[in-house]
Design a protein around this ligand. Structure first.
Ligand SMILES: NC(=O)c1ccc[n+]([C@@H]2O[C@H](COP(=O)([O-])OP(=O)(O)OC[C@H]3O[C@@H](n4cnc5c(N)ncnc54)[C@H](OP(=O)(O)O)[C@@H]3O)[C@@H](O)[C@H]2O)c1
Length: 387
């Protein structure tokens, strides 16, 4: 039986690699749905190559173009986020890969969970903003959540067949492009510098998150919910070689690691084919040629976003959602040349301080917090730029 896959965000970094994984295993995986926000050219090309049942272009102004281009083919074309939410619940879909970027991933993920679909989760922002609610829903509707993020996939792989008590999760980080820069040097880094990741080729938002190490903060919160572990037992370690993708320490002191050369197709494929491990042509680790494995504690002065993420999850409630929203707006402003790289944590900190605390947020509270935190971050950025 082939597994029928919906790829949300098919035109992005994860989405395009997911298509290549599916095309590499036509006996196991069948693409049923592709979605994009605005990139019509790539979505049309992907639809012609994959022949899914449906495509959705989220931006309604682009619908006609996609519909006209695909009209000779037997592919249904829809538009709007609501269409994505409706289609992911359909009988023809077994698993939903959430590879949209940012808070926009929450609504379709929730829709897929409500329909009891298996989730291959790349969109970490969903769990950062609403982890407690989303995990409770997944339990209620019997929707398994399989991680795609390489670190969480590593942890998930380390836990297969294990019954032992987990003492600690060791989340590895490459350190990003600024690992060896000083605090002073960070004041003058450019957009191009921030987008120049040493080990991974990813979408712009997650690449800037890696440069500020907010990505590791977001991943720590993601791990907290995925593996039901308290933040105090999640340790972040910088491992610049990106060969160990994360580790699990058990109550007997034994540590299990998952290793491979950095290639996102591996965790994507593992999630899509889980519980099976299929063949993949990744570059193999050549241990004899690896000069060394390095491990460093993260520099909290240089990368204050990590501490903010720990603070946000410890406060709990709607604060991680506010932090995530502020980060999205600050990263966008940085990429648009409106603020300096070092202003990103300052905006986030001020939004966290300015957010009204809700201890037990509902999904509606999460949407409200997201809107308010975005508005506050935008105000702070506008004030900053008009100075
Ligand atoms: N890239 C990686 O290696 C990596 C690794 C681990 C985790 N992740 C996580 O995976 C997610 C995707 O990352 P990415 O790097 O693949 O991002 P990306 O390259 O920027 O792609 C994002 C995808 O989402 C679509 N999209 C953006 N905004 C949307 C909206 N409002 N409504 C509907 N669709 C929207 C985009 O469509 P258009 O192309 O039309 O804009 C695109 O298909 C993120 O949460 C990221 O943190 C990524």
């Amino acid at each position: 039986m082939k597994r029928k896959i919906a790829i949300l965000g098919s035109t992005g970094s994860i989405g395009t690699q997911a298509i290549s994984v599916c095309m590499g295993h036509p006996d196991l995986l069948q693409i049923e749905l592709l979605t994009a926000n605005t990139n019509t050219a790539l979505l049309i090309e992907q639809a012609r190559a994959c022949m899914p049942n449906s495509v959705v272009i989220a931006d309604e102004s682009k619908y006609q173009e996609v519909s006209d281009a695909l009209s000779p083919l037997d592919i249904k074309v829809f538009t709007g986020i609501k269409s994505i939410c409706d289609i992911v619940g359909g009988d023809n879909i077994d698993m939903v890969l959430t590879a949209m970027v940012g808070f926009s991933g929450l609504e379709p993920t929730v829709a897929a969970i409500r329909a009891g679909k298996a989730i291959a989760l790349a969109n970490k922002e969903t769990l950062v903003a609403a982890g407690q609610i989303v995990m409770a829903m997944a339990k209620k509707y019997g929707a398994p959540i399989i991680p795609v993020d390489s670190e969480h996939s590593a942890i998930f792989q380390c836990l297969q067949g294990e019954r032992a008590t987990v003492e600690k999760i060791i989340l590895t980080a490459s350190g990003g492009p600024f690992f060896r820069k000083s605090v002073k040097e960070l004041e003058s880094v450019t957009i191009a510098d921030a987008l120049n990741h040493p080990n991974w080729k990813m979408g712009e938002k997650v690449t800037v998150d890696s440069a500020s190490m907010m990505n590791k903060g977001l991943e720590m919160i993601e791990a907290r919910w995925l593996f039901n572990i308290v933040p105090e037992n999640i340790e972040i370690i910088v491992h610049p070689q990106s060969i160990i993708h994360s580790m699990v320490q058990f109550s007997d002191g034994s540590v299990t690691a998952q290793m491979s050369t950095p290639d996102m197709r591996l965790p994507i494929q593992y999630a899509l084919t889980y519980p099976f491990r299929a063949d993949l042509d990744t570059k193999r680790v050549d241990f004899a040629k690896l000069a060394r494995f390095e491990f460093h504690s993260p520099d909290h002065e240089k990368f204050p976003c990590i501490g903010m993420a720990y603070e946000a999850i410890k406060k709990g409630g709607n604060i991680p959602c506010a932090m995530n929203a502020a980060n999205e707006i600050a990263v966008e402003a940085f990429l648009n040349g409106k603020i300096q790289f070092v202003s990103i944590p300052k905006i986030i900190e001020n939004v966290m301080i300015g957010t009204e605390f809700v201890a037990e947020p509902t999904l509606e509270d999460i949407y409200k917090t997201n809107d308010q935190a975005r508005a506050l971050a935008t105000t702070l950025i506008n004030k900053h730029t008009s100075r």
